[in-house]
Design a protein around this ligand. Structure first.
Ligand code: TRP
Ligand code: ZN
Length: 871
């Protein structure tokens, strides 16, 4: 049997549901193997649907126990029930009630979609289409209902029972059992349904909203880990306050609960009033979490909380509109983190992640528009393009219309669409309404896949004190000349020898922005009294690849003199990237000297920024810049050589910085951005020192590891040691494993560091890691830590010339696919850039993809990725 290419669902075929569901009453009796779901659905024909159509309810792996229509049993020929659907042949023409009793086995649910158990805790994941694994339903986001959920369970097994909305009643249900009834007054799509039942500890606090509502906020975790839940709870409160001040959005229930579970397919989920999280994005203590973990927890707590308005109050009409909630909510969480931390440092982090994940996706076979037009499996479209490029589109919109109009447009969007399932058109209409602008050309960003290339050239006429900038935009791979242009906000300025030229003026530039809405344009600056260096795409004002031929010296002027921190960082990255792609000792030395001057003048005033300037572009970024004939070994060697060179030239400065920053070590650990920034610079300095002198590096890193009082320094030191083969490394790794033997989330870091070691021996090491007692294929975090880190974070070994790296990942996909297709399919996306590899590696990757394609019974998730990747 060969896996067929799965059929496509298309945006243009959208039509409203023939039936609507106004209310859902659920009575759920939790049981490890036989959970009973007694669901009563208040249905009615949709005036916008086809009159008299049969009713089809979605199902997935369900067993129907009984069914009744308006209180009466149904004749066997009046309906059809299979595990994957329920059909009512002749539904009443007026409102009616359908009672369906189903039975499911949550313990056997390895897909982690629907109702499942994680470490014995009952929990749910319904987005995108998991609710149909709980009961038969119109499982589509434009069917919104008011839910009342009675949850009953064994009191000892599940003392905590949580649902959506407000708790209305709880009590005992016989000797060993108890119940809780939750009512959510806000109509919602089924994907936002959730329940939790289990033995959990909690921390909680109160928050009073701007409307005066008293909200109890709680974070639930595995008992005994309550002391690691405080940071997440604090992030909840800060998120609530921020959404009020930044967007005027108050919370709308009496309770807001966050639950951490160990087995989770993604990061977290915004279920109404009951966010369920991968525990790695909740649990934090200085001993177990890094500064990066704290930042991620803060961002994801905020992200899920912000969905309450951008996603829940205003939801999506269909899954093609996924970016409507995800792109917008990422934008909102980015703004939150920027306000909580350093805005420029955060912006750089956002762009690094976009370039690492979204640019390659957009340049490969898995590319798709931010609003896809067709999909075979929606779970494969929770992508960097939908999330991160989606957020960039919202950001560009704000840049184009200005912050005040943007806020007014958001208010309008929420007001016009509250309680509705909306589209991208509804979103843009709100901004068109408040600005009076026609945004139809801007809307092309949602439709056009690929990263546009923006080419710029400058001409300077000293006699006329005039500077001319020419811009050309193009979208590679998207046919011919007549594709209409995108609207690209180009934030820009001119930088002279002593800083930005404030006297230069250009009629086409307003508030530092030129809007390029044609294929080509020329703009002229007057009053330019010296030959400037153009600083373009400041703050990364649009998700494009910028081609601007500057000399290293011009770039170093930007690093030293530009007023835009993003472009200062970018200038150093550009020089480094060129040096990785075309090594040149003389230029590398000049670059090191320029970095040295930068460090001398400002490293200590903004350590976090300085650490980013010192961090070279990743091997993946270098590969992405090449576009074809990629040899990961050559990139790796060139990048390591440049690191070593910088480490040697900068050594005295790095030592001084390290010493100056050492004082930070003595203070008690605090995860705040300033403290984290000092740690990051200190660790970046040690990393370069070690690159330049591995022997000294190994002993310093071992020393830092021994003295470390927090996970940030400990892991940084271990990461540095991991790159230096030898006894010290193996001892450090063994010591770490022993110390954290009972901490799965910490062992994930240990797994990940080893899986990324760029040495041939890593394959054997991974075999040993997979045999480690803490490793299990049933936990997605473990699989991602070992195999995901290898596939996405070890370019030389994943793309080994002998194909053994591809094999390792393919074997894992094959072993995981039927148990957890979502996680398997995501691993498979590591093959996304295979055609850009040099020929012999590409051939091996192709072989492997065909091997996976031939697996009998391959999941729709994996079959879809393989088909498109080979496409
Ligand atoms: N909506 C979730 C978010 O905030 C994404 C998500 C969580 C998800 N779990 C999922 C998507 C499972 C698909 C399947 O981004
Ligand atoms: Zn989201």
């Amino acid at each position: 049997m060969r896996t067929e290419t799965p059929p496509l669902i298309r945006l243009e075929e959208y039509r409203p549901s023939d039936y609507l569901i106004d209310r859902v009453d659920l009575d759920i009796r939790l049981d490890p193997h036989a959970t009973r779901i007694d669901a009563t659905l208040a249905l009615r024909p949709n005036p916008a649907g086809r009159a008299g159509a049969p009713l089809h309810l979605d199902g997935d792996d369900l067993r129907l126990v009984s069914v009744a229509l308006d209180g009466a049993a149904l004749a066997a020929d009046a309906y059809t029930a299979t595990p994957s659907g329920f059909g009512l042949h002749a539904p009443p023409g007026q409102p009616f009630s359908l009672r369906l009793v189903t039975e499911i086995d949550p313990t056997a649910n390895t897909k982690l979609m629907g109702l499942y158990r994680s470490n014995g805790v009952y929990c749910t994941q319904c987005e995108a289409d998991g609710f149909r694994r709980i009961t038969y339903f119109l499982d589509r986001p434009d069917v919104m209902a008011v839910y009342t959920t009675r949850i009953e369970a064994d009191r000892a097994e599940a003392p905590v029972l949580l649902g959506n909305g407000n708790l209305v009643e709880s009590g005992s249900a016989g000797t060993d059992r108890h119940f809780a009834i939750w009512h959510d007054p806000h109509p919602k799509p089924a994907y936002l349904f959730a329940l939790v039942g289990g033995r959990l500890g909690q921390v909680e606090t109160r928050f009073t909203t701007m409307e005066g509502r008293a909200v109890t906020c709680a974070v639930y975790v595995e008992p005994g880990k309550e002391d690691r839940a405080g940071y997440a709870l604090d992030a909840v409160i800060r998120s609530m306050r921020w959404d009020e001040t930044a967007f005027g959005r108050p919370y709308d229930l009496d309770a807001f609960n966050v639950v951490a579970v160990s087995d989770f397919n993604m990061g977290a989920m915004e279920n109404k009033g009951l966010n369920i999280f991968n525990d790695k994005y909740v649990l934090a203590s200085p001993e177990t979490a890094t500064d990066g973990d704290y930042a991620a927890i803060e961002a994801i707590i905020a992200h899920e909380y912000f969905h309450n308005w951008s996603g829940n109050r205003v939801t999506c009409r269909d899954w093609f509109q996924l970016c409507l909630k995800e792109g917008l909510t990422v934008f909102r969480d980015q703004e939150f983190s920027s306000d909580m931390r350093s805005r420029p440092v955060h912006r750089i982090a956002e762009v690094r992640s976009l370039r690492a994940r979204q640019f390659p996706e957009d340049a490969g076979p898995l590319r798709h528009p931010v609003r896809p037009r067709a999909y075979a499996e929606i779970n494969n479209f929770y992508t960097a393009t939908v999330y991160d490029k989606g957020a960039e589109i919202v950001r560009m919109l704000r840049t184009l219309i200005g912050a005040d109009a943007f806020r007014a447009g958001m208010d309008r969007y929420f007001a016009d669409n509250d309680g509705r399932a909306a589209t991208v058109e509804d979103f843009l209409a709100a901004f068109a309404a408040v600005t009076g602008r026609d945004l139809s050309a801007f809307a092309r960003w949602y439709e056009r896949p690929g990263t546009p290339r923006l080419t710029a050239t400058m001409a300077y006429d000293p006699a006329a004190s005039r500077c001319t900038l020419r811009f050309t935009q193009s979208l590679p791979g998207e046919g011919g000349r007549d594709t209409p242009p995108l609207v690209i906000p180009v934030a820009l300025g001119l930088v002279g020898a002593a800083g930005p030229l404030s006297g230069a003026t250009c009629p086409d530039v307003r508030d530092g922005i030129f809007v390029l809405d044609r294929a080509e344009a020329e703009i002229v600056f007057d009053g330019v009294t010296e030959e400037p260096v153009p600083s373009l795409m400041r703050d990364f004002s649009a998700p494009v690849r910028l081609d601007l031929a500057l000399t290293d010296a011009q770039r170093m002027r930007l690093l030293a003199q530009d007023s835009d921190p993003f472009n200062r960082w970018q200038a150093a990255q550009d020089v480094a990237l060129r040096l990785i792609l075309e090594p040149d000792p003389a230029r590398a030395y000049a670059f090191a000297e320029a970095l040295g001057r930068f460090l001398d003048s400002e490293a200590l005033s903004d350590p976090a920024f300085a650490a980013l300037v010192l961090a070279l572009p990743s091997e993946g970024e270098a590969a992405d810049a090449l576009l074809s004939d990629v040899d990961p070994d050559a990139i790796h060697r060139a990048r390591f050589a440049l690191r070593a060179h910088l480490g040697q030239v900068l050594r005295p400065r790095l030592e001084r910085l390290d010493a100056a920053l050492a004082a930070a070590d003595d203070a008690a650990y605090s995860p705040d951005a300033a403290s984290a920034g000092r740690r990051s610079l200190r660790n970046a300095a040690l990393d370069l020192i070690a690159a330049g002198d591995p022997e000294t590096g190994a002993s310093r890193a071992a020393d830092r590891l021994a003295r470390a009082t927090n996970m940030t320094d400990r892991l940084a030191a271990l990461g540095i040691l991991a790159l230096i083969p030898g006894q010290a490394r193996e001892e450090a790794l063994a010591g770490f494993a022993e110390r954290f033997a009972d901490e799965p989330l910490v062992l994930d870091k240990w797994f990940a560091i080893q899986a990324q070691i760029p040495e041939p021996g890593t394959l054997d090491r991974i075999a040993r890691l997979k045999a480690h007692p803490a490793f299990t294929m049933t936990n997605p975090n473990r699989v991602r830590a070992v195999v995901g880190s290898f596939a996405f974070g070890n370019p030389t070994q994943f793309a080994r010339a002998d194909g053994a790296g591809f094999s390792l990942v393919a074997d894992t996909v094959a072993a995981l696919d039927s148990a957890n297709p979502q996680v398997a399919a995501r691993l498979l996306t590591a093959f996304g850039s295979w055609r850009r590899l040099e020929k012999s590696r590409a051939a091996k990757a192709g072989e492997m993809l065909n091997r996976i394609k031939a697996i009998p019974g391959l999941s729709r998730d994996s079959a879809d990725i393989v088909a498109r990747t080979l496409g």
